[in-house]
Design a protein around this ligand. Structure first.
Ligand code: SAM
Length: 276
């Protein structure tokens, strides 16, 4: 009879957040697959558990996944852990779950710490409907494309971000969503310096212009309101002025007509048209 795969969430900062069930599962498993065996060894030492560990991470997951599946099919029980939080959520595990499911192995996910949900629940933003966007690309172009695709997203958005990339990300978000969009920056959750800054994208950019961001962050960004979705932007105005000028109107007439069509003040359209 085959064994089982358990997904075991581990603390995201406060070691007391390990649950009794997680502890028992680690104790009872035949072996533990860990993202970084050194990190997991520290946790096991803290819990007084001695157990055989195998590494399972991004760059060995194809080969290790097969070995883990074979051991489970042979009757062993595996507990999968990541460095912190829930395995398979922006962490290794997704592929192993798929492989196990395809091999007919029972997978059991134990509920527990997850930075995304912890941040969402204290963000003060709407929690009724949300989407998880994980990490944005480090490449400027794909990061901006990702954010642009979310321009009209009305659900609350959850992002993971590293401190050294935070300011660039906030600037790109302000371009995509507008500077006044509310954001909650949830930092160092469950740790000594836990902090939640509830502000706007522009407010966050100004804050971190004077103090470099430190620690781990989850960004909870409010979704677009229906009014925001419909309101024409400065770039819509600039595009319409350019189009009318191409059609033969003078700049002055194009600005006047655009202001009427988009119901924007003439000076706003004039400023936008200066960019052309
Ligand atoms: N699987 C994990 C989970 O469910 O929480 C997430 C792993 S992902 C590789 C790591 C990211 O989670 C960090 O870059 C940060 O965005 C977020 N994170 C993890 N721990 C955090 C904490 N204590 N406070 C704020 N964000 C945290």
């Amino acid at each position: 009879m085959s064994g089982m795969l358990y997904l075991v969430p581990t603390p995201i900062g406060n070691l007391s957040d390990i649950s009794i069930r997680c502890r028992e599962t680690l104790e009872n498993a035949d072996f533990i697959a860990a993202e970084d065996t050194r990190v997991t060894l520290k946790l096991l030492n803290h819990l007084g558990i001695k157990k055989s560990l195998v590494s399972y991470f991004e760059h060995n997951k194809a080969q290790k996944g097969e070995q883990i599946v074979a051991r489970i099919l042979a009757g062993e029980t595996c507990a999968l852990v990541s460095d912190a939080g829930s395995p398979a959520i922006s962490d290794p595990g997704e592929d192993l779950v798929k492989q196990c499911a395809e091999a007919g192995i029972t997978v059991c996910a134990i509920p527990g710490p997850c930075a995304a949900i912890t941040a969402l629940s204290i963000s003060g933003q709407a929690t009724g409907r949300f989407c998880f966007e994980g990490f944005l690309s480090t490449a400027k172009k794909s990061r901006r494309e990702h954010l642009q695709a979310l321009e009209n997203e009305t659900r609350t958005m959850i992002f993971y971000e590293a401190p050294h990339k935070l300011v660039n990300t906030l600037e790109d978000m302000a371009t995509a969503f507008g500077p006044d969009r509310p954001i909650s920056l949830c930092r160092e959750l469950t740790k000594l310096h836990e902090e939640v800054i509830r502000t706007t994208l522009d407010g966050a950019i100004k804050l971190y212009a004077t103090q470099p961001p430190k620690g781990e962050f989850v960004l909870i960004v409010a979704g677009a309101t229906p009014a925001e979705k419909q309101a024409p932007t400065a770039s819509d105005a600039a595009a319409r002025v350019a189009q009318l000028m191409e059609e033969g109107l003078s700049r002055k007439d194009a600005i006047k007509q655009t202001a009427t069509e988009l119901q924007l003040p003439k000076n706003v359209v004039y400023d936008a048209a200066l960019e052309i």
